[in-house]
Each structure stands twice: as C-alpha cells, then as structure tokens.
Design a protein around this ligand. Structure first.
Ligand code: ADP
Ligand code: ZN
Length: 430
C-alpha cells in the first residue's frame, strides 16, 4: 500500500477534524473580510465569523449557489486583487451560463498536489505515460490531471479531444499506460479500437481515471474489459478547483473526499436539512482566490459509513447519481438517467450508446429508451431482437417502476460526444 502524502491521507479522524475546524474558522473570517457578498450574507443571517466555534456551526452559514456565482459574473466573488490571479478557467456550462473560476499561485499548487494524490492512488508513477483526453479550452479537467501527473513525474500527453483514431494511434505508438477522459468517450474509443482491429493486448494501458459525468458499475466493467485496465471514478467541479475533490481508492468502494481542503455535507435538496443521502454541499477550506462557503453542488450522492480498508481516513461518498436537475418525473415516478444506464448496460447484447427520451402525449409523460445493440445482435434473427426488446422492457419497468418504450437501433447510429454525453432527449420542450 502506498500513498502520495501518507501523513495527511491517513490522519486520525480526530486530528483531521481539528484541522478542518481550524481551517473553517480561517476561511470564514477570510470570506467575511475579503468578499462583500459574504459580508452581506452574514449580516442578513445575523451571524459573525466568531459564531463558528465547532465544525457543526457551519450549518449556521447560508448556502452559496451556482446562481450566486452567475449573478456575480465574472469576478464579483473573488477574494484577491487581480494582480494575485494566476489562472482563469470556466465550467462547461452544462446547465447554463458557465461559471468563471480563478486561482492564485497557491491555489494552483494545492490543486496540483491533490491531483498527484489522486493519480498516485490510482497507481500512476514516474515511469508512466499519461494521455489526457479532455478539452483544454477553458475547462479544468485536462489541466488538473496534467499538473498532478507532472508533479508525480510521469510523462504527459495533452491529447485534447476529438480525432479518435489518432488518439488510439498515440496510445499505441507512445506506449501510453494511463489515460483519462469522460467514461462515455472511453467507450467510443473502445469502439474505434475494434474498428481498427487493435486489441487491448496491443496496448500498454494499465489504468484509467474517468469522471465529469455520471456512469455506472456495468459501464466500469465494460471499460475495464475493453482496455484491460483498472478504471477509477473521479469527481470534481470547477467551483472547487476542477477534478481533485475526491476519488476512488483501490477498494473502489466510494470516493474519498479530501477533508484537509474540502468540508463535505449532504443535505436534502428540497428542505436544505442535513441528510445521509441527497445533495452534496462543499466548503473550500484553503482556497485563496475563490473561497466558497457551503456551495450547493447540485449533485446527488450519499456518505458511506465505516473505515476504508485502504487506510485512508477521509470520508467517502458513493457514486454520483446525477444532478438534482437530471431527475425526470414520469407519471409521478422519479427516474434518473444513471439508473437507466445501470439496468441496460448489464445486458451484454447492448452496444455502447443509448438515449433516454421523454415525450408527452396529451397530459401524460412517457419514457422511452433508444439503445444501440451490438453488431452480432443487429445482424441476428428477428426473434432474437424481439426477445431482447421484451427482456429490456421488463427489466426497465421493474427497476424504474414505470413502463418504458424500448427502441433498438443499429450500432454506431447515436451521436458520440468527446466530452460529457447528452443522454436525455426531452421532446416535451420542443
Ligand atoms: P458543469 O458541467 O456544471 O458546467 P463542470 O465542467 O465543472 O461544470 O463539471 C462538474 C460537474 O460534472 C459536477 O457538478 C457533476 O455534475 C459532474 N461530474 C463530475 N465528475 C463526476 C463523476 N465522477 N460522476 C458524476 N458526475 C460527475
Ligand atoms: Zn479507501
């Protein structure tokens, strides 16, 4: 077992909480002194930084939302003068106007260290060659991974996105041992590898780190099998730093949230009350340029109890189920696209892409899934296809509690994205 920063990663829970409290008090005073938005929020809530005496006192602080960042676009919530800003990134803007995030030199150093911690945990070492398949324009992902991998001393290929055949050629020619992309793009890479008749054994890949969008256990298994790698889930968001907030260890039983830099809470998305499962809320404990108190991530997860056998003591959260806004309400039943994926991807006859389609007939919403099948199934018999369609319909209906119209389509017909996949087609909005 090995660690990038053993002392911090395996800190006794009591000592970690002590450090968190010290840093929480510091960041609260810092926000109050340097960000007028927070001074005003504190005034409205009738609190002062000195009211934070215990970790649970964080609950006295009002939430910060994406809306607050948008209202203060671009630099209204920044806590340092322009001269101290060293880098400016922006989020992907999946749910609207992108949010702008800025970093001081120290923020970049902390971020690089957290990324090194995560990559080291996945097994990346100095000897590795790392291919980063992310859009480098504005987004945080590629830069985060690059800084961490360079800090470890690995060789980095900033491959960017697109030109899938070339990506695979590079993997092969440069002896790439680790790559990182969105999980949906990883599956597309696997498809193109098949087309090129390149087998996982022709490559030197060992490890893959995937994130930026929800994915499922069956999808992990597919990715691991296609490339012959160990695949890890990694979660982050631009508002905190980008990737670097939490990641799975070798146990692959939840992601460790780095408690020395982020204070995690989980709340009921509707009432805002603390809950075991619900929306993740994060407070930055050490950020200089854009400190955020109780930021509502909009992402749904739950805390995992118990001690992790890897030896790390930082709290774990389960897979991100999706965003609060991803939830579809179909005839009164809540449905998450990630749940649809979990059900269909466990069918070996299913290809690597699907779409969830929501439509309305009269007053009734209905749910459909358009799923690519494998080439073998597509060229197989009518009876086989009909049987598969029926089995999928039954599994989806019993898993989701709502009837689902299944449409099976030819392989490679649905659009592929090099970044975050667009899984839901909402015809109600058209
Ligand atoms: P946005 O997509 O909101 O414009 P970012 O580019 O910063 O902003 O992406 C962060 C978001 O991506 C997270 O809030 C979350 O919704 C999603 N995300 C990131 N990593 C994961 C992951 N491992 N699993 C599920 N969702 C993820
Ligand atoms: Zn662990």
């Amino acid at each position: 077992m090995s660690f990038w920063d053993e002392k911090t990663e395996t800190m006794k829970p009591g000592a970690l909480e002590k450090l968190q409290l010290k840093r929480l008090k510091q960041v609260v005073s810092y926000c109050y002194s340097n960000v007028s938005f927070y001074r005003e929020k504190f005034r409205q809530a009738g609190i002062k930084p000195s009211d934070i005496k215990r970790l649970d006192d964080v609950e006295k602080i009002p939430y910060t939302t994406k809306r607050d960042l948008r209202d203060n676009y671009p630099f209204g919530m920044v806590a340092v003068p322009c001269s101290r800003i060293n880098r400016i990134h922006a989020s992907s803007g999946t749910t609207g106007k992108p949010t702008v995030v800025v970093y001081t030199r120290k923020d970049l150093d902390v971020w690089a260290d957290l990324m090194a911690r995560e990559l080291y945990m996945s097994g990346v070492r100095k000897k590795d060659t790392v291919q980063l398949i992310y859009n480098y324009a504005f987004f945080t992902g590629g830069f985060g991974f690059q800084q961490g991998a360079e800090k470890i001393g690995a060789a980095v290929i900033p491959a960017g996105v697109g030109n899938t055949r070339k990506q695979i050629q590079v993997m092969k020619d440069f002896n790439v041992s680790m790559f990182s992309s969105t999980p949906s793009y990883a599956l597309h890479l696997a498809e193109v590898m098949d087309e090129l008749n390149i087998k996982s054994g022709d490559l030197k890949l060992r490890v893959g780190v995937f994130g930026a969008e929800p994915w499922s256990e069956p999808m992990r298994k597919r990715i691991e099998k296609s490339f012959g790698i160990d695949a890890f889930d990694n979660y982050g968001l631009s508002e905190m730093c980008g990737p670097g907030v939490c990641m799975e260890c070798g146990e692959k039983d939840g992601m460790h949230v780095w408690g020395d830099h982020f204070l995690p809470e989980i709340v009921d998305p509707e009432s805002g009350e603390r809950a075991d499962g619900g929306e993740l809320v994060l407070t930055t404990l050490t950020k200089e340029a854009l400190p955020l108190l109780r930021y509502r991530t909009g992402d749904l997860t739950s805390f995992l109890d118990g001690v992790c056998s890897c030896g790390r003591t930082h709290r774990r959260i389960g897979r991100i189920k999706g965003r609060v806004d991803d939830m579809l309400i179909i005839r009164g039943v809540n449905v998450f696209p990630s749940h649809v994926e979990e059900i269909i991807m466990s069918f070996p006859e299913i290809g690597d892409s699907y779409q969830v389609i929501v439509s309305r007939e009269g007053q009734m919403d209905s749910l459909g899934v358009r799923i690519e099948v494998t080439p073998e199934i597509f060229t197989g018999s009518e009876v086989q296809l009909r049987d598969l369609r029926e089995r999928l319909g039954r599994e989806l209906c019993s898993g989701l509690d709502v009837s689902v119209d299944v449409e099976l389509v030819e392989p490679f017909t649905l659009e592929r994205s090099a970044g975050k996949a667009q899984r839901v087609v909402d015809l109600r909005k058209e």
